[in-house]
Design a protein around this ligand. Structure first.
Ligand SMILES: C[S@@+](CC[C@H](N)C(=O)[O-])C[C@H]1O[C@@H](n2cnc3c(N)ncnc32)[C@H](O)[C@@H]1O
Length: 584
């Protein structure tokens, strides 16, 4: 596979491994709504924020959406769109070293994106998907980057028209679109998109219980439609001349209906004889005046659950009331998304106006994405309990889209947002979320209140690194912090539940029971007395893994005084902290 090279690449390909794990602190005063809602807004450079969140969320995120700076060169927006903010400039200087002086704008952008994308990938579930907005400035480079990092994923690029009028560009082409790149994990299954009003209007008939349906021709049209070749699908159906009753068997005096192609030759039905016989009551005959012949249609329901009920081979599989067992919702028919997206709901101008309304008439942020764009992605992903990550949060559109969709479809999606600029994170991202959670007034002369969506989020900041420059555990590190880190480093999976210093058994994963003996540093208390050493006595008192556990017990502690023979006999592996924690 061709890969992209650029100045500085060597310095960044493995850089994600060197990024320190930091503590994450929640700031109640800057949070809003229900803090237990499970949503996070992290203020910090996403490289460090993602690394800090990895031990808690690796392999748990169903959808990532990012809208990184497009590298337009514009430095006058509320954020810097030239990979030239002081934070990123200094980061590139440190990571790339001397070569950094020779980097072009594009090299810098690629250096910035590579390790961040590399970390993002580790958050995805096997059935998850990554989505990124990007425009022509970096599109061709970005596609290579995504292909390299998300190897084995299915990559799709969707042009998105977000400016119907076209931009007032300097060049001779007026840009009206950008792109959405999607990288779908190997087990990703698209849930499709809800039908638009126009698509729903097609279902213009209603059955006796009021369920909407449309009629489709039972004759096969085009392609494999030759009745002479598919004789078993080219059988007559009989109609009672006095009613719309149909029969598969010939009845004296009934009208014979044969599938005919438009040229009058023998065609074939879409359904086989057995299916026609089974569902004959659902078929609808109609008289075509033009060729003075009868034809037959089948029903396609708007509510696909209604259709399943009718056409199931075993209707007893379905609930009497046609509603989803788990959610109680009627199952709506969906449509396959097109490879090209457009429509006023995706317009950046409209998104800007909507954001201005939220902020009472002042424009806080240039070019926010539309809530509808993110919701289109959320629909595709489907899962109403999905965890969604956006590590270039900007004005917080992704958080808003999640809260709004949850409200409308009773979903329980959660979000994690990361924003680097302090002024944006606090005054725009957090403020917008707070306003939409609590409700706001659109501003202007007449009051126009908008109801709150409910929910909430915790505002978090990044604290010190877990390990200092000598690899020692920092004084501020608590038992649950270190437990999450140790468990992730040992198993590659997030800790199953927040650890409690009352138990040294911090979790089980893949035939490993992981233990941590750790009391945060207490001045003047020897390590052994603090309980940080695996002694013969401590070994005897380790909590037992659940019954039936046959794997190994891995014990992390600062020291060990148990003989290697006894460790072997008890299937215990001792790992010294901090030196034997992988990845520090
Ligand atoms: C194009 S904007 C995102 C806009 C967003 N989709 C919306 O609808 O409002 C990119 C955002 O990413 C932020 N950003 C840039 N580099 C970052 C980094 N390294 N870590 C976190 N955020 C970053 C910028 O400050 C800016 O707010």
């Amino acid at each position: 596979m061709p890969v992209l090279d650029w100045i500085g690449k060597k310095a960044v390909v493995n850089h994600h491994r060197e990024v320190p794990y930091r503590l994450v602190h929640c700031d109640g005063a800057r949070s809003a709504g229900d803090p237990e809602a499970g949503n996070l807004l992290v203020h910090g450079d996403n490289l460090e924020a993602l690394k800090a969140l990895l031990p808690y969320y690796a392999g748990k995120v169903k959808a990532i959406y990012i809208d990184p700076p497009y590298n337009t060169g514009n430095e006058n927006w509320v954020y810097n769109d030239n990979t030239n903010s002081p934070e990123i400039r200094s980061w590139i200087g440190r990571v790339v070293g001397k070569e950094a002086d020779d980097l072009s704008r594009h090299d810098k952008w690629l250096c910035m994106m590579y390790p961040r994308l590399r970390l993002l990938k580790d958050f995805l579930t096997a059935d998850g998907a990554f989505f990124a907005s990007i425009d022509a400035n970096e599109m061709s480079n970005f596609e290579f980057l995504v292909k390299e990092i998300f190897g084995g994923f299915k990559i799709i690029t969707i042009p998105v028209v977000n400016n119907m009028k076209g931009r007032n560009d300097k060049g001779y082409i007026s840009t009206c679109h950008e792109y959405l790149i999607m990288a779908a994990g190997k087990d990703f299954v698209s849930a499709g998109l809800p039908l638009t009003q126009q698509q729903q209007a097609v279902f213009k008939y209603a059955d006796e219980e009021g369920y909407k349906f449309d009629l489709r021709d039972l004759r096969r049209r085009g392609g494999d439609d030759d009745g002479a070749k598919r004789v078993n699908l080219s059988f007559p159906i009989y109609k009672d001349p006095k009613s719309n009753n149909l029969s598969i068997d010939a009845i004296d005096g009934w009208i014979e209906i044969i599938p005919l192609k438009s040229d009058g030759s023998r065609g074939r039905w879409r359904w086989g004889k057995t299916r026609v016989e089974k569902f004959i009551k659902t078929l609808v005959p109609s008289y075509v005046k033009k060729n003075k012949k009868w034809n037959i249609s089948y029903k396609v329901y708007l509510d696909s659950n209604r259709e399943s009920l009718i056409f199931s081979d075993d209707p007893s599989d379905y609930d009497d009331d046609d509603y989803d067992d788990e959610t109680g919702d009627p199952i709506e028919r969906t449509t396959k998304p097109k490879s090209f997206w457009w429509g006023p709901e995706l317009s950046t101008d409209n998104a800007g106006k909507a954001l201005k309304d939220i902020f009472g008439g002042t424009k806080p942020f240039e070019y926010p994405k539309s809530v509808s764009l993110i919701q289109k992605i959320l629909h595709l992903v489907g899962d109403k309990n999905a965890l969604i990550l956006d590590s270039f949060a900007g004005s917080g559109t992704t958080g808003h889209a999640v809260l709004d969709l949850n409200r409308r479809d009773d979903g329980n999606r959660k979000f994690i947002l990361v924003e680097m600029e302090g002024a944006i994170a606090q005054d725009i991202t957090a403020k917008r979320l707070e306003l939409v959670i609590d409700g706001y007034d659109r501003g202007g002369d007449i009051t126009a209140p908008v109801d709150g969506l409910g929910g909430g989020f915790r505002f978090c900041t990044l604290g010190e690194a877990l390990f200092d420059e000598f690899g020692d555990i920092a004084a501020a590190v608590s038992f649950p912090d270190l437990a999450a880190h140790v468990f992730f480093a040992e198993t590659g999976a997030p800790i199953p539940a927040r650890a409690d210093s009352g138990s040294s058994l911090i979790g089980l994963h893949d035939r490993k029971a992981v233990y941590l003996l750790f009391e945060p540093a207490v001045q003047g208390v020897p390590r052994e007395a603090a309980g940080n050493v695996l002694t013969p006595d401590a070994l005897s008192h380790l909590p037992n893994p659940p019954e039936g556990f046959t794997g190994q017990r891995i014990v992390f502690a600062e020291g060990c005084t148990v003989s290697s023979e006894r460790l072997k006999a008890e299937a215990v592996i001792f790992k010294q902290i901090p030196y034997q924690i992988e990845g520090i």
